[in-house]
Design a protein around this ligand. Sequence first.
Ligand code: FMN
Length: 368
Amino acid sequence: MSTPDLFTPVRLGRFDLPNRIVMAPMTRSRAGAGNVPTPLMATYYGQRATAGLIITEATQVRADAQGYPDTPGIHTNEQAAGWRRVADAVHERGGRIFTQIWHTGRVSHPLFQPDGGLPVAPSAIPLAGQVYTHEGMKDYVVPRALDAEEIPGIVRAFAEAARRAVFDAGLDGVEIHGANGYLIDQFLRDGTNQRTDGYGGSIANRARFLFEVTEAVAAAIGADRVGVRLSPTGTFNSMSDSDPLATFSHATEGLNRFGLAYLHIIEGLPGSAMAKPEDAPAVAPALRRLFNGLFMINGGYDRATGDAALAERAADLVSYGAPFIANPDLPARFRQGAPLAVGDRASFYGGTEVGYTDYPALDSALVA
Ligand SMILES: Cc1cc2nc3c(=O)[nH]c(=O)nc-3n(C[C@H](O)[C@H](O)[C@H](O)COP(=O)(O)O)c2cc1C
């Protein structure tokens, strides 16, 4: 096989991708009342349909999964109808779109909880810092440790969300959010999981929740529509693990049995936003060797470093986050070697069309 680059087509699950440039999931906090995706969100994703694959912002699997204002859900009929508009907009422009499904666990606040209660987590360990709410910044609270009997209900919620996403909303698949310190990651890493039952202690026990969710989601929609995202060395949301290589090697090997569409690993290039701590050993190269399906990497890549990673077989796909915010036609810009626009951080989260759908394409006919 000749050396692949970002423009080498690839088969992902049941989909033929015209390029290997994936839009990484990005929360933009612009859902409407009831956390329903809006027509503006359909415009935004439609503008980005030239990506090989779009992975949407993280989406709640049920009401108590929310951790930030105005993030969309996929647990009501209204939300599914909103997502159908998004899916249609992308499909009309020839694209493919998975939605990222999450439960934020302890990264939430009673103000986001339907009953005003405590957020849930594997263990009653709070994260540092404050959360943005509709009532301003609030300290994170000590979460409530889940009873083992509550866990199957959350697993079912992931599967039901996936079913709704594909069969009701017409999205092409889902990415299970196992990264960045949200509920699945809270179970995986020992900094947040100090349970003494079958979901804590050993690495095998800590990975159980991830595997149960993956199995249920794959059974609901087919593994060839399912990806998983992990962040072995990420520290966002006060995360830590005593042995990331061992923990995430086990997770990766365990995921092999499902035949997933892809595994998506965040371990940013040095100096990038999602870079691992300088003294932490890299884990992604080992996971690449262990995983038997398509391997997607993320974090601080540009055209040259993305092509280099593919040429070296360090990955099969590269996802781009921030570059897609201000460059809706990122693949065309890469192909032409055109300069990239820089997004305005003030409009990353929340707001209107400003800083969202008003970034022009090089050739505006492409996204008209
Ligand atoms: C505004 C913004 C929102 C994000 N929201 C999510 C999210 O919902 N889910 C997720 O897994 N990662 C999220 N991320 C992380 C990105 O997917 C990606 O890992 C990160 O931006 C690094 O890639 P980049 O250097 O190409 O931007 C977000 C990043 C940004 C900039």
